[in-house]
Design a binder for this molecule. Structure first.
Ligand code: BGC
Length: 260
């Protein structure tokens, strides 16, 4: 996806978003004016192996189950340019080179679809409706999960496909040392893990000087256990849309006419 505007006049409209992750695929109907989910999320485990065809089947099942017949915004956990997938850090390698926009459009009966990076979608949602709603400056959202996703916005406009979780710090990639998966893998306490997260945030702030970090992913539910321990100088706010940020951002992106 190229340019994604983070604002649109969508009063009274509904949209549909699907968030594809390494462990789950979830979707729901979104109120595009408020950013609220209008239905319960429909969620299935990500098929293993997570091949494009297997995931597309799950996407179609979710849309069908919801009885939704309009356009669909879909997130993918890697680099997406003009609907095509360029990386696959935490999903099946078969995604690389796939025209995801074409694949999903076909699986969904030819309707319009937009495909965008998962953290970009979450950043759009938090900027428009959530933790960064009133922020005018540079917002850097980081999602902590299997990897670390990043979404960068300035004045509501997204810079797509920043991949700051892959920033090298010493010999390690940021996401390998400080994702929430790394916390579990290395059996770290919150204070131990917060030290690693601080190293990443301090490196990022010295390069990008954001006005605010928004921290998301499942572990932001326990934000009180680690956000106060962070030592970076930039204010850090927990994401507020939690599990629905990707869905909301994806629904918003297709409504904004982002792509294809
Ligand atoms: C991918 C990103 C993605 C993040 C979170 C990283 O490994 O490279 O594109 O946003 O994981 O899913």
């Amino acid at each position: 996806m190229s340019d994604v505007a983070a604002t649109t006049d969508s009063s009274g409209q509904k949209g549909f978003g699907i968030d594809i992750g390494g462990s789950g695929v979830k979707g729901g109907v979104v109120d595009l004016a408020s950013g609220e989910l209008l239905t319960d999320r429909i969620k299935y485990d990500t098929p293993q192996p997570s091949t494009p065809e297997a995931v597309a089947e799950v996407v179609a099942k979710i849309v069908d189950e919801a009885g939704w017949d309009g356009p669909v915004g879909i997130t993918y956990p890697g680099v997406v340019r003009d609907g095509k997938i360029l990386t696959a850090a935490n999903v099946d390698q078969g995604w690389i080179g796939t025209d995801a926009a074409e694949l999903f459009a076909k699986a969904l009966g030819g309707r319009p679809v937009a495909v965008l990076n998962d953290a970009d979608a979450a950043a759009i949602a938090e900027d428009r409706f959530g933790a960064a709603k009133d922020s005018q400056g540079t917002v850097l959202l980081l999602t902590f999960g299997t990897g670390i996703g990043s979404g960068l916005l300035r004045g509501g406009v997204l810079v797509p496909n920043t991949e700051l979780g892959h920033l090298k710090i010493g010999k390690a990639e940021a996401e390998h040392m400080a994702s929430s998966h790394a916390k579990d893998r290395d059996e770290l306490s919150y204070p131990e893990w917060a030290k690693r997260v601080s190293v990443v945030l301090e490196e990022l702030e010295s390069l990008l000087w954001p006005d605010v970090f928004v921290v998301g992913g499942g572990i932001s539910r326990k934000a009180d256990k680690w956000v106060p321990l962070l030592t970076c100088r930039t204010p850090v706010v927990p994401a507020v849309l939690r599990n629905s940020a990707g869905i909301v951002g994806a629904a918003h992106a297709i409504a904004a006419g982002a792509q294809p």
